[in-house]
Design a protein around this ligand. Structure first.
Ligand SMILES: Cc1cc2nc3c(=O)[nH]c(=O)nc-3n(C[C@H](O)[C@H](O)[C@H](O)COP(=O)(O)OP(=O)(O)OC[C@H]3O[C@@H](n4cnc5c(N)ncnc54)[C@H](O)[C@@H]3O)c2cc1C
Length: 447
Protein backbone atom coordinates (compact mmCIF):
# COMPACT_ATOMS: atom_id res chain seq x y z
CA UNK A 1 0.00 0.00 0.00
CA UNK A 2 1.06 3.57 -0.59
CA UNK A 3 0.77 4.60 3.04
CA UNK A 4 -0.97 8.01 3.47
CA UNK A 5 1.93 9.53 5.39
CA UNK A 6 5.12 8.92 3.46
CA UNK A 7 8.05 10.85 2.04
CA UNK A 8 5.94 11.35 -1.09
CA UNK A 9 4.03 13.97 0.93
CA UNK A 10 5.64 17.40 0.78
CA UNK A 11 6.93 18.54 4.18
CA UNK A 12 4.09 20.34 5.96
CA UNK A 13 6.12 21.48 8.96
CA UNK A 14 9.18 23.33 7.79
CA UNK A 15 10.72 25.18 10.63
CA UNK A 16 12.67 27.49 10.61
CA UNK A 17 15.62 26.11 12.57
CA UNK A 18 16.27 28.52 15.42
CA UNK A 19 19.69 29.09 16.95
CA UNK A 20 18.38 28.39 20.44
CA UNK A 21 15.26 27.39 22.32
CA UNK A 22 14.28 26.02 25.74
CA UNK A 23 13.57 22.41 24.75
CA UNK A 24 14.34 20.29 21.67
CA UNK A 25 12.06 17.28 21.21
CA UNK A 26 13.45 14.45 19.07
CA UNK A 27 10.63 12.76 17.15
CA UNK A 28 7.34 13.94 15.68
CA UNK A 29 5.14 11.03 16.78
CA UNK A 30 2.26 11.38 19.22
CA UNK A 31 4.62 11.45 22.22
CA UNK A 32 6.91 14.16 20.85
CA UNK A 33 4.05 16.27 19.52
CA UNK A 34 2.02 16.14 22.74
CA UNK A 35 5.09 16.79 24.90
CA UNK A 36 5.80 19.87 22.79
CA UNK A 37 2.15 20.96 23.02
CA UNK A 38 2.22 20.99 26.83
CA UNK A 39 5.69 22.52 27.04
CA UNK A 40 4.44 25.39 24.87
CA UNK A 41 1.41 25.75 27.15
CA UNK A 42 3.87 26.14 30.03
CA UNK A 43 5.41 29.07 28.16
CA UNK A 44 8.57 27.38 26.84
CA UNK A 45 10.09 27.77 23.38
CA UNK A 46 10.02 24.28 21.87
CA UNK A 47 11.41 22.79 18.66
CA UNK A 48 10.36 19.33 17.44
CA UNK A 49 12.85 17.74 15.02
CA UNK A 50 11.41 14.96 12.87
CA UNK A 51 13.72 13.04 10.53
CA UNK A 52 10.88 12.24 8.10
CA UNK A 53 7.23 13.18 8.36
CA UNK A 54 5.16 13.94 11.45
CA UNK A 55 3.36 10.70 12.39
CA UNK A 56 5.02 8.85 9.50
CA UNK A 57 5.87 5.89 11.71
CA UNK A 58 3.86 4.19 14.49
CA UNK A 59 1.68 7.18 15.27
CA UNK A 60 -0.31 6.93 12.03
CA UNK A 61 -0.02 3.17 11.44
CA UNK A 62 -1.68 2.00 14.63
CA UNK A 63 -5.12 0.51 15.14
CA UNK A 64 -6.55 3.75 16.54
CA UNK A 65 -7.67 2.27 19.87
CA UNK A 66 -7.79 4.67 22.81
CA UNK A 67 -8.24 2.20 25.58
CA UNK A 68 -8.05 2.16 29.33
CA UNK A 69 -9.05 -1.50 29.38
CA UNK A 70 -6.27 -3.97 30.05
CA UNK A 71 -3.68 -1.35 31.01
CA UNK A 72 -0.93 -1.84 33.54
CA UNK A 73 -2.13 -0.46 36.91
CA UNK A 74 0.67 2.14 36.84
CA UNK A 75 -0.44 3.36 33.40
CA UNK A 76 -4.14 3.51 34.23
CA UNK A 77 -4.22 6.92 36.00
CA UNK A 78 -2.23 8.49 33.13
CA UNK A 79 -4.53 6.82 30.61
CA UNK A 80 -7.65 8.06 32.39
CA UNK A 81 -6.19 11.57 32.26
CA UNK A 82 -5.32 10.98 28.61
CA UNK A 83 -8.91 10.11 27.74
CA UNK A 84 -10.05 13.37 29.32
CA UNK A 85 -7.39 15.19 27.29
CA UNK A 86 -8.57 13.49 24.07
CA UNK A 87 -12.10 14.70 24.79
CA UNK A 88 -10.83 18.27 25.19
CA UNK A 89 -8.57 18.04 22.14
CA UNK A 90 -11.38 16.72 19.97
CA UNK A 91 -13.56 19.59 21.10
CA UNK A 92 -11.01 22.38 20.75
CA UNK A 93 -9.70 21.18 17.35
CA UNK A 94 -13.24 20.38 16.09
CA UNK A 95 -12.50 16.68 15.94
CA UNK A 96 -10.90 16.25 12.50
CA UNK A 97 -9.83 12.76 13.64
CA UNK A 98 -13.30 11.37 14.51
CA UNK A 99 -12.63 10.76 18.20
CA UNK A 100 -15.56 8.75 19.54
CA UNK A 101 -16.25 6.73 22.68
CA UNK A 102 -17.58 3.52 21.21
CA UNK A 103 -16.14 1.01 23.69
CA UNK A 104 -13.58 -1.77 23.62
CA UNK A 105 -14.42 -5.47 23.89
CA UNK A 106 -12.01 -8.28 24.76
CA UNK A 107 -13.71 -11.46 23.60
CA UNK A 108 -12.79 -14.61 25.55
CA UNK A 109 -12.30 -17.74 23.45
CA UNK A 110 -11.33 -19.67 26.57
CA UNK A 111 -12.21 -19.87 30.28
CA UNK A 112 -8.62 -18.95 31.03
CA UNK A 113 -9.02 -15.59 29.22
CA UNK A 114 -12.20 -14.88 31.19
CA UNK A 115 -10.30 -15.47 34.41
CA UNK A 116 -7.53 -13.07 33.35
CA UNK A 117 -10.07 -10.38 32.47
CA UNK A 118 -11.80 -10.85 35.80
CA UNK A 119 -8.47 -10.51 37.61
CA UNK A 120 -7.78 -7.23 35.84
CA UNK A 121 -11.18 -5.82 36.85
CA UNK A 122 -9.92 -5.04 40.37
CA UNK A 123 -7.64 -2.36 38.85
CA UNK A 124 -10.57 -0.90 36.97
CA UNK A 125 -12.63 -0.79 40.15
CA UNK A 126 -9.78 0.88 42.08
CA UNK A 127 -9.75 3.64 39.48
CA UNK A 128 -13.54 3.97 39.22
CA UNK A 129 -13.65 2.75 35.59
CA UNK A 130 -16.83 1.48 33.94
CA UNK A 131 -15.21 -1.82 32.81
CA UNK A 132 -17.31 -4.92 33.37
CA UNK A 133 -17.71 -8.53 32.31
CA UNK A 134 -20.36 -9.49 29.77
CA UNK A 135 -21.87 -12.95 29.85
CA UNK A 136 -22.72 -14.97 26.74
CA UNK A 137 -26.26 -13.63 26.49
CA UNK A 138 -25.36 -9.98 26.91
CA UNK A 139 -22.53 -10.38 24.43
CA UNK A 140 -24.90 -11.91 21.87
CA UNK A 141 -27.18 -8.88 22.28
CA UNK A 142 -24.24 -6.52 21.77
CA UNK A 143 -22.93 -8.41 18.70
CA UNK A 144 -26.09 -9.58 16.91
CA UNK A 145 -25.31 -11.93 14.05
CA UNK A 146 -21.98 -13.03 15.52
CA UNK A 147 -21.17 -16.73 15.71
CA UNK A 148 -21.35 -18.17 19.21
CA UNK A 149 -17.57 -18.36 19.64
CA UNK A 150 -16.93 -16.67 22.95
CA UNK A 151 -17.46 -17.52 26.59
CA UNK A 152 -17.95 -13.87 27.51
CA UNK A 153 -16.07 -10.59 27.29
CA UNK A 154 -14.49 -7.71 29.12
CA UNK A 155 -16.06 -4.41 28.08
CA UNK A 156 -15.27 -0.77 28.76
CA UNK A 157 -17.94 1.48 27.29
CA UNK A 158 -15.99 4.71 27.88
CA UNK A 159 -13.01 3.52 25.80
CA UNK A 160 -12.57 5.38 22.57
CA UNK A 161 -11.03 5.48 19.12
CA UNK A 162 -9.75 7.99 16.59
CA UNK A 163 -8.38 7.85 13.07
CA UNK A 164 -4.64 7.95 13.79
CA UNK A 165 -3.33 9.26 10.43
CA UNK A 166 -5.62 12.28 10.86
CA UNK A 167 -5.12 12.70 14.61
CA UNK A 168 -1.41 13.24 15.07
CA UNK A 169 -0.93 15.68 12.14
CA UNK A 170 -3.91 17.66 13.49
CA UNK A 171 -2.38 17.68 16.96
CA UNK A 172 0.91 18.84 15.41
CA UNK A 173 -0.87 21.68 13.63
CA UNK A 174 -2.51 22.59 16.95
CA UNK A 175 0.90 22.58 18.65
CA UNK A 176 2.26 24.95 16.00
CA UNK A 177 -0.68 27.29 16.68
CA UNK A 178 0.42 27.25 20.33
CA UNK A 179 3.92 28.36 19.36
CA UNK A 180 5.79 25.09 18.79
CA UNK A 181 8.26 24.96 15.90
CA UNK A 182 8.16 21.63 14.06
CA UNK A 183 10.81 20.80 11.45
CA UNK A 184 10.42 17.79 9.18
CA UNK A 185 13.37 16.35 7.19
CA UNK A 186 15.49 17.23 10.20
CA UNK A 187 17.23 14.30 11.85
CA UNK A 188 18.95 14.93 15.15
CA UNK A 189 22.39 13.40 14.82
CA UNK A 190 23.60 13.82 18.37
CA UNK A 191 23.18 15.65 21.64
CA UNK A 192 25.72 18.38 22.34
CA UNK A 193 27.26 18.19 25.79
CA UNK A 194 29.38 20.56 27.83
CA UNK A 195 30.85 19.45 31.14
CA UNK A 196 28.65 16.35 30.95
CA UNK A 197 25.43 18.37 30.62
CA UNK A 198 23.05 18.78 27.67
CA UNK A 199 23.52 22.11 25.90
CA UNK A 200 21.71 21.41 22.64
CA UNK A 201 21.60 19.15 19.61
CA UNK A 202 23.42 18.71 16.32
CA UNK A 203 20.90 18.23 13.53
CA UNK A 204 21.51 17.53 9.87
CA UNK A 205 20.58 21.18 9.25
CA UNK A 206 22.72 22.76 11.93
CA UNK A 207 22.91 23.16 15.71
CA UNK A 208 20.25 24.25 18.17
CA UNK A 209 21.32 25.36 21.64
CA UNK A 210 18.91 24.18 24.33
CA UNK A 211 19.34 23.19 27.97
CA UNK A 212 16.74 20.42 27.72
CA UNK A 213 16.23 17.63 25.19
CA UNK A 214 13.41 15.05 25.10
CA UNK A 215 14.06 11.76 23.30
CA UNK A 216 10.76 10.51 21.83
CA UNK A 217 12.20 8.68 18.84
CA UNK A 218 9.98 5.56 18.86
CA UNK A 219 11.79 2.56 17.39
CA UNK A 220 14.99 4.61 16.92
CA UNK A 221 15.36 5.72 20.54
CA UNK A 222 17.52 2.82 21.61
CA UNK A 223 20.30 3.30 19.03
CA UNK A 224 20.22 7.05 19.61
CA UNK A 225 20.50 6.61 23.39
CA UNK A 226 23.24 3.99 23.13
CA UNK A 227 25.40 6.28 21.02
CA UNK A 228 25.32 8.59 24.07
CA UNK A 229 26.18 5.86 26.58
CA UNK A 230 22.59 5.31 27.76
CA UNK A 231 21.53 1.66 27.72
CA UNK A 232 17.87 1.46 26.73
CA UNK A 233 16.95 -2.21 26.21
CA UNK A 234 14.32 -1.50 23.59
CA UNK A 235 13.46 -3.77 20.63
CA UNK A 236 10.91 -3.50 17.84
CA UNK A 237 8.33 -5.94 16.49
CA UNK A 238 6.57 -5.72 13.17
CA UNK A 239 2.77 -5.49 13.38
CA UNK A 240 0.65 -5.87 10.22
CA UNK A 241 -2.67 -4.12 9.62
CA UNK A 242 -5.39 -4.16 6.94
CA UNK A 243 -8.24 -1.89 5.97
CA UNK A 244 -11.40 -3.54 4.61
CA UNK A 245 -13.94 -2.27 2.15
CA UNK A 246 -17.04 -0.67 3.75
CA UNK A 247 -19.19 -3.37 5.38
CA UNK A 248 -22.27 -3.60 7.59
CA UNK A 249 -21.68 -2.62 11.20
CA UNK A 250 -21.11 -5.51 13.60
CA UNK A 251 -19.96 -3.33 16.52
CA UNK A 252 -19.38 0.43 16.54
CA UNK A 253 -16.14 0.19 18.51
CA UNK A 254 -13.09 -2.03 18.78
CA UNK A 255 -12.80 -5.69 19.71
CA UNK A 256 -10.26 -8.50 19.83
CA UNK A 257 -10.08 -12.19 20.57
CA UNK A 258 -7.19 -14.69 20.33
CA UNK A 259 -7.26 -14.71 16.52
CA UNK A 260 -8.11 -11.24 15.31
CA UNK A 261 -8.74 -7.64 16.27
CA UNK A 262 -10.87 -5.02 14.58
CA UNK A 263 -12.06 -1.44 14.83
CA UNK A 264 -15.02 0.02 13.02
CA UNK A 265 -13.61 2.88 10.95
CA UNK A 266 -15.19 6.21 10.22
CA UNK A 267 -15.34 5.29 6.49
CA UNK A 268 -17.54 2.25 7.19
CA UNK A 269 -14.79 -0.32 6.77
CA UNK A 270 -12.78 -2.00 9.51
CA UNK A 271 -9.17 -1.82 10.53
CA UNK A 272 -8.31 -5.46 11.17
CA UNK A 273 -5.21 -7.25 12.38
CA UNK A 274 -4.06 -10.59 13.68
CA UNK A 275 -4.61 -9.95 17.39
CA UNK A 276 -1.26 -10.49 19.08
CA UNK A 277 0.48 -12.05 16.05
CA UNK A 278 3.63 -10.24 14.94
CA UNK A 279 7.05 -10.66 13.29
CA UNK A 280 10.42 -10.16 14.89
CA UNK A 281 13.72 -9.54 13.11
CA UNK A 282 16.67 -10.93 15.01
CA UNK A 283 19.53 -8.42 15.14
CA UNK A 284 22.46 -7.58 17.41
CA UNK A 285 20.28 -5.87 20.04
CA UNK A 286 18.05 -8.95 20.25
CA UNK A 287 21.11 -10.91 21.39
CA UNK A 288 22.33 -8.09 23.61
CA UNK A 289 19.02 -7.85 25.48
CA UNK A 290 17.84 -11.45 25.25
CA UNK A 291 18.10 -12.12 28.97
CA UNK A 292 15.88 -9.15 29.81
CA UNK A 293 13.24 -10.28 27.31
CA UNK A 294 13.09 -13.93 28.31
CA UNK A 295 9.69 -13.57 30.06
CA UNK A 296 8.18 -11.68 27.13
CA UNK A 297 9.58 -14.25 24.67
CA UNK A 298 8.14 -17.12 26.70
CA UNK A 299 4.73 -15.49 26.85
CA UNK A 300 4.59 -14.50 23.19
CA UNK A 301 6.62 -17.29 21.58
CA UNK A 302 3.76 -18.87 19.63
CA UNK A 303 2.45 -15.52 18.37
CA UNK A 304 5.82 -14.42 16.99
CA UNK A 305 7.29 -15.16 13.56
CA UNK A 306 11.06 -15.01 14.02
CA UNK A 307 13.02 -13.79 11.02
CA UNK A 308 16.74 -13.54 10.48
CA UNK A 309 18.03 -10.32 9.00
CA UNK A 310 16.05 -7.15 9.27
CA UNK A 311 15.89 -5.20 6.02
CA UNK A 312 18.89 -2.92 5.49
CA UNK A 313 19.13 0.13 7.74
CA UNK A 314 16.32 -0.93 10.10
CA UNK A 315 16.92 0.09 13.72
CA UNK A 316 18.31 -3.35 14.70
CA UNK A 317 19.62 -4.46 11.29
CA UNK A 318 23.06 -6.05 11.25
CA UNK A 319 24.37 -3.30 8.95
CA UNK A 320 23.04 -0.37 11.00
CA UNK A 321 25.92 1.62 12.50
CA UNK A 322 25.85 2.02 16.28
CA UNK A 323 28.24 4.94 16.38
CA UNK A 324 28.76 7.84 14.01
CA UNK A 325 30.40 11.21 13.93
CA UNK A 326 28.25 14.32 14.39
CA UNK A 327 29.16 15.76 11.04
CA UNK A 328 28.28 12.69 8.98
CA UNK A 329 24.91 11.21 7.97
CA UNK A 330 23.43 8.89 10.59
CA UNK A 331 21.10 5.86 10.55
CA UNK A 332 18.21 8.29 11.08
CA UNK A 333 18.76 9.79 7.65
CA UNK A 334 19.08 6.39 5.95
CA UNK A 335 15.37 5.68 6.61
CA UNK A 336 13.20 8.78 6.84
CA UNK A 337 9.93 6.90 7.27
CA UNK A 338 10.11 3.30 8.45
CA UNK A 339 7.63 1.55 6.18
CA UNK A 340 7.95 -2.23 6.65
CA UNK A 341 6.14 -4.72 4.44
CA UNK A 342 3.18 -6.32 6.18
CA UNK A 343 2.90 -10.06 6.74
CA UNK A 344 0.09 -10.90 4.32
CA UNK A 345 -0.37 -14.41 5.69
CA UNK A 346 -1.14 -12.95 9.13
CA UNK A 347 -3.66 -10.57 7.59
CA UNK A 348 -5.28 -13.32 5.57
CA UNK A 349 -5.77 -15.35 8.78
CA UNK A 350 -7.25 -12.28 10.48
CA UNK A 351 -9.70 -11.71 7.60
CA UNK A 352 -10.73 -15.38 7.70
CA UNK A 353 -11.26 -15.20 11.49
CA UNK A 354 -13.41 -12.07 11.05
CA UNK A 355 -15.50 -13.92 8.46
CA UNK A 356 -15.99 -16.91 10.80
CA UNK A 357 -16.97 -14.62 13.67
CA UNK A 358 -19.50 -12.67 11.60
CA UNK A 359 -20.89 -15.16 9.07
CA UNK A 360 -23.58 -12.74 7.92
CA UNK A 361 -20.87 -10.31 6.78
CA UNK A 362 -18.41 -12.96 5.64
CA UNK A 363 -14.72 -12.71 4.92
CA UNK A 364 -13.97 -9.04 4.24
CA UNK A 365 -12.32 -7.80 1.08
CA UNK A 366 -9.04 -6.11 1.90
CA UNK A 367 -8.61 -2.64 0.47
CA UNK A 368 -5.17 -1.79 1.83
CA UNK A 369 -2.44 -3.28 3.99
CA UNK A 370 0.48 -1.79 5.89
CA UNK A 371 2.74 -2.45 8.86
CA UNK A 372 4.54 -0.59 11.61
CA UNK A 373 7.49 -1.34 13.88
CA UNK A 374 6.25 -1.29 17.48
CA UNK A 375 8.92 -0.19 19.95
CA UNK A 376 8.71 -2.30 23.06
CA UNK A 377 10.42 -2.69 26.41
CA UNK A 378 11.14 -6.00 28.21
CA UNK A 379 8.17 -5.52 30.59
CA UNK A 380 5.86 -4.00 27.95
CA UNK A 381 5.54 -0.65 29.72
CA UNK A 382 7.30 2.57 28.66
CA UNK A 383 10.31 4.46 29.92
CA UNK A 384 9.36 7.93 31.16
CA UNK A 385 12.33 9.30 33.06
CA UNK A 386 15.13 11.81 33.31
CA UNK A 387 18.29 10.14 31.94
CA UNK A 388 20.31 9.27 35.03
CA UNK A 389 23.77 10.25 33.77
CA UNK A 390 22.94 12.93 31.21
CA UNK A 391 21.48 15.97 32.98
CA UNK A 392 19.13 17.78 30.63
CA UNK A 393 17.92 14.64 28.79
CA UNK A 394 14.43 13.20 29.33
CA UNK A 395 13.42 9.88 27.76
CA UNK A 396 9.84 9.09 26.74
CA UNK A 397 9.80 5.97 24.63
CA UNK A 398 9.08 2.24 24.50
CA UNK A 399 5.32 2.74 24.51
CA UNK A 400 5.11 -1.01 23.78
CA UNK A 401 2.19 -1.05 21.38
CA UNK A 402 -0.18 1.18 23.33
CA UNK A 403 1.22 4.70 23.08
CA UNK A 404 -1.39 6.24 20.80
CA UNK A 405 -4.20 6.32 23.34
CA UNK A 406 -2.01 7.39 26.22
CA UNK A 407 -0.05 9.88 24.08
CA UNK A 408 -1.69 13.11 25.32
CA UNK A 409 -1.39 11.98 28.95
CA UNK A 410 2.27 11.00 28.55
CA UNK A 411 2.93 14.30 26.76
CA UNK A 412 1.51 16.25 29.71
CA UNK A 413 3.51 14.19 32.20
CA UNK A 414 6.79 14.53 30.26
CA UNK A 415 6.31 18.28 29.87
CA UNK A 416 5.95 18.65 33.64
CA UNK A 417 8.92 16.36 34.25
CA UNK A 418 11.05 18.60 32.03
CA UNK A 419 9.78 21.74 33.78
CA UNK A 420 10.53 20.25 37.20
CA UNK A 421 6.87 20.41 38.19
CA UNK A 422 4.90 17.87 40.18
CA UNK A 423 3.69 15.35 37.57
CA UNK A 424 0.75 14.10 39.61
CA UNK A 425 1.35 10.39 38.94
CA UNK A 426 3.75 7.83 40.33
CA UNK A 427 6.36 7.19 37.62
CA UNK A 428 8.41 4.60 39.55
CA UNK A 429 7.26 1.78 37.25
CA UNK A 430 8.60 3.72 34.24
CA UNK A 431 12.09 4.48 35.54
CA UNK A 432 14.99 3.53 33.27
CA UNK A 433 17.04 2.08 36.10
CA UNK A 434 14.59 -0.84 36.52
CA UNK A 435 16.58 -2.64 33.83
CA UNK A 436 19.94 -2.23 35.54
CA UNK A 437 19.31 -2.10 39.30
CA UNK A 438 18.59 -5.80 39.72
CA UNK A 439 14.79 -5.34 39.76
CA UNK A 440 12.74 -8.27 38.61
CA UNK A 441 11.12 -7.81 35.19
CA UNK A 442 7.36 -7.69 35.84
CA UNK A 443 5.38 -8.02 32.61
CA UNK A 444 2.53 -5.59 32.02
CA UNK A 445 -0.84 -7.22 31.49
CA UNK A 446 -1.06 -7.56 27.68
CA UNK A 447 -4.49 -9.20 28.03
C1 LIG B 1 0.37 -1.64 13.91
C2 LIG B 1 0.31 -0.89 15.20
C3 LIG B 1 -0.87 -0.89 15.94
C4 LIG B 1 -0.96 -0.15 17.13
N1 LIG B 1 -2.17 -0.01 17.74
C5 LIG B 1 -2.28 0.85 18.79
C6 LIG B 1 -3.57 1.16 19.32
O1 LIG B 1 -4.60 0.72 18.82
N2 LIG B 1 -3.63 1.97 20.41
C7 LIG B 1 -2.52 2.50 20.99
O2 LIG B 1 -2.64 3.20 21.99
N3 LIG B 1 -1.29 2.28 20.45
C8 LIG B 1 -1.16 1.49 19.36
N4 LIG B 1 0.06 1.27 18.79
C9 LIG B 1 1.25 1.87 19.40
C10 LIG B 1 1.36 3.34 19.09
O3 LIG B 1 1.16 3.59 17.74
C11 LIG B 1 2.75 3.81 19.54
O4 LIG B 1 2.99 3.39 20.87
C12 LIG B 1 2.89 5.31 19.48
O5 LIG B 1 2.48 5.79 18.23
C13 LIG B 1 4.35 5.67 19.74
O6 LIG B 1 4.50 7.04 19.52
P1 LIG B 1 5.94 7.65 19.55
O7 LIG B 1 5.77 9.12 19.36
O8 LIG B 1 6.66 7.18 20.76
O9 LIG B 1 6.72 6.97 18.33
P2 LIG B 1 6.55 7.15 16.75
O10 LIG B 1 5.17 7.40 16.35
O11 LIG B 1 7.22 5.97 16.15
O12 LIG B 1 7.38 8.46 16.45
C14 LIG B 1 8.76 8.55 16.64
C15 LIG B 1 9.27 9.54 15.61
O13 LIG B 1 10.62 9.87 15.91
C16 LIG B 1 11.30 10.13 14.69
N5 LIG B 1 12.73 10.03 14.96
C17 LIG B 1 13.40 8.97 15.45
N6 LIG B 1 14.72 9.27 15.61
C18 LIG B 1 14.88 10.55 15.21
C19 LIG B 1 16.01 11.42 15.13
N7 LIG B 1 17.22 11.05 15.53
N8 LIG B 1 15.80 12.68 14.67
C20 LIG B 1 14.56 13.09 14.29
N9 LIG B 1 13.46 12.29 14.33
C21 LIG B 1 13.62 11.03 14.80
C22 LIG B 1 10.74 9.03 13.78
O14 LIG B 1 10.92 9.36 12.42
C23 LIG B 1 9.29 8.97 14.20
O15 LIG B 1 8.46 9.75 13.37
C24 LIG B 1 0.20 0.52 17.61
C25 LIG B 1 1.38 0.52 16.88
C26 LIG B 1 1.44 -0.18 15.67
C27 LIG B 1 2.71 -0.14 14.86
Amino acid sequence: MHFPISMALPARFAGPLPERCDVVVIGGGVIGVMTAWFLAERGLRVVVCEKGRVAGEQSSRNWGWIRQQGRDPAELPIMIESLRLWQGLAQSLRNPFSFRQTGVLYLANREESLARYEDWLCHARDQGLDSRMLGRRELAERLPGAADLWQGALFTASDAQAEPWAAVPALAAGAVERGVTIIEDCAVRAIDLEAGRVVGVATERGRIRAPEVVLAGGAWSSIFARAHGVDLPQLSVLASVAQTDPLPEVHPGAAADDEFAFRRREDGGYTIAGGSEHDFFIGPDAFRHFFKYRKAVKKDFLNTHYRWLAPRNYPDAWNTPRTWSKGAPTPFEAIRVLNPSPNLATLSRAAAAFGRAFPGVGRPRIRATWAGMIDTMPDVVPVIDRAPRLPGLTIATGMSGHGFGIGPGVGRVVADLVCGREVGHDLTRFRLSRFSDGSEIVLGPSL
